[in-house]
Design a protein around this ligand. Sequence first.
Ligand code: PEP
Length: 252
Amino acid sequence: MKKILIAGNWKMNKLSADAEEFIKELRAKNLPNEKDICILAPFTLIAGVGEALEGSEIGFGAQNVHFEESGAFTGEISVPMLKELGVTHCIVGHSERREYFNETDDTVNRKLMALLAAGITPILCVGESLEVREGGGEQTFVAGQLIADFSGISASDAAKIVIAYEPIWAIGTGRTATPEQAEEMCAFIRGVLSGIYDMATGDSLMILYGGSMKPGNAKELLEKPDINGGLIGGASLKADDFAAIAEAAASL
Ligand code: PEP
């Protein structure tokens, strides 16, 4: 059976009462596939989300991290700080961080290494802009990101990284990649990683699709053979919508 992860990226949304209510509603659904679900919360909510999830198999984590362990990095959060909260997952290289916060493939690469060393599963985001896609350069662009982001990472560590293909033109726009476009790129990504490492590593990788995934389109995307789940922004803010996507995954 295909490995699946349904990951909710809350971005800069929710206060603690709303977060608690969400987790309560989500847990009340008694989803059969809790172990395939995780919530990526803003830093201020992570501890509370972790507590609210105690006794459940749902994972939780952060949307970013710094690659240094400690030191004079005002405003930053380190991997040991996340580890102390018990986080299971952390997003790295989201396109919003690449665009607005100076995230580069070099910092992404360092963050991946720091998370892997601590046993936290990185969710690495890659994906092209509309301009790149319209110019037909999306595969070259994504391959370039992967080669740089995985630089110096061993095959056994690479296999622990979850990759999220998120075409920038589909994030928060309501414009979803077609299942065929998403599958084509996810299969391409698997091929690139098989080339960098070996077929076994490529085959074992979890590759998610992200970009306006919602209850109405989740099933047709998740059915594709090279898509191992979704990274979900807008539709992860309401427990009903997020649970409906998880249910679509459970029904595969
Ligand atoms: C995201 O930001 O990771 C994302 C996929 O957002 P949305 O689902 O809102 O497009």
